[in-house]
Design a protein around this ligand. Structure first.
Ligand code: 5GP
Ligand code: ZN
Length: 113
């Protein structure tokens, strides 16, 4: 999709530190990490938010599976990690290409801010 930052990362037009990939999904480091491990896992095709991603056949499963693989590869899966989809402006979604934040490597407070 034109003018979408994460579509540009998928295309290689914007550089990113890629850490994991499947045919339909991509994981790359967040540019402003909020934890020692902070990776964004996205579908390579453009879906604006979680609802649109959930309506795509099996794709949300693949995003979740890659999020878990990222946590395992980072060595944070046993201690525990968090997967977050900020959805909509009030939840802090700023990039409207659906993405899962994978956060780990430090204690994560609850409730979140
Ligand atoms: P949101 O606020 O939509 O849930 O998450 C968007 C995330 O994208 C933020 O955590 C932000 O730091 C990250 N981000 C914004 N621009 C870039 C970029 O150019 N490269 C990377 N790797 N991450 C970005
Ligand atoms: Zn996009």
């Amino acid at each position: 999709m034109a003018d979408c930052l994460f579509c540009a990362i998928v295309a290689g037009d914007v550089p990113a530190q890629r850490v994991a990939e499947t045919a339909r999904t991509l994981g790359f480091r967040d540019i402003n990490p909020q934890a020692p491990t902070h990776v964004l896992v996205i579908p390579k095709d453009h879906y604006p938010d979680l609802a649109a991603l959930a309506a795509a056949d099996g794709l949300l499963d693949e995003v979740a599976a890659l999020a878990h693989k990222v946590a395992e590869d980072a060595g944070v899966s046993e201690a525990g990690y968090r997967v977050v989809f900020n959805t909509g402006p009030q939840a802090g979604q700023t990039v409207f290409h659906a993405h899962a934040h994978v956060l780990g490597g430090r204690p994560l407070g609850w409730p979140p801010g």
